[in-house]
Design a protein around this ligand. Sequence first.
Ligand code: ATP
Length: 228
Amino acid sequence: MSTSGTDDSARPIGLLGGTFDPVHYGHLRLAEEAREALALARVLFIPAGAPAHRPAPAASAAHRRAMLAAALADNPHFALETFELERDAPSYTVETLSALRAREGAARPLVWIIGSDAFAALHTWHRWRELFALAHFAIAQRPGQTFDAPQDAALAAEYRARRVNEPQRLRHAAAGYLIDFAMTPLAISATAIRANLARGASNRYLLPAAVANYIDHHQPYPVELTRP
Ligand code: ATP
């Protein structure tokens, strides 16, 4: 597991769940900046199969997986974790984290990386309070979101009780802390990218060229289009 001769095997593992419909530079910078800020050993990208909290993705699981694989290929610190795609049932994060916890062992710090928009709705997730026994949460401010503390009272109470400021704290416990970290604001969303595709507008510089090429060649989105 160690790649550098340092104590890589003790460093936290970052986890980034999402629909990745398609993956874009907002996701990749989120992962990269979390990795640096929090000294993560690596970041696993976990595409959702049938997300529990939102409508079905526009692109098939096979296409979303292939686009992610293309986006991650040149980064040795990033990896694709596909077990949510392999399930038929909705993907609940609590189950995903339980499986990762069993695989990585009780002591390994796990850090669920999340945008502030998604964190603000955490209290709506299945068995959400159990998540804090399974992982830390690292919250990145997302452009257009103002986030001091969550609106929901129960989530706000957890946020206040669990929040830490020093990234080193994440190394000394396997789970249970919340930390905010600053990220270069990138107002990129998969929704906007799909809207560009639908009207034939360019997505250049919003996502990796390898992903744009995949979209051109494999047409994972139903609307036929030609980029200007
Ligand atoms: P959609 O527009 O289809 O809702 P999305 O672009 O928000 O998709 P998701 O797959 O839902 O992408 O996001 C996965 C995770 O990445 C979430 O935690 C989300 O907050 C975060 N995220 C997505 N885009 C950005 C961005 N531009 N900056 C910071 N975080 C982001």
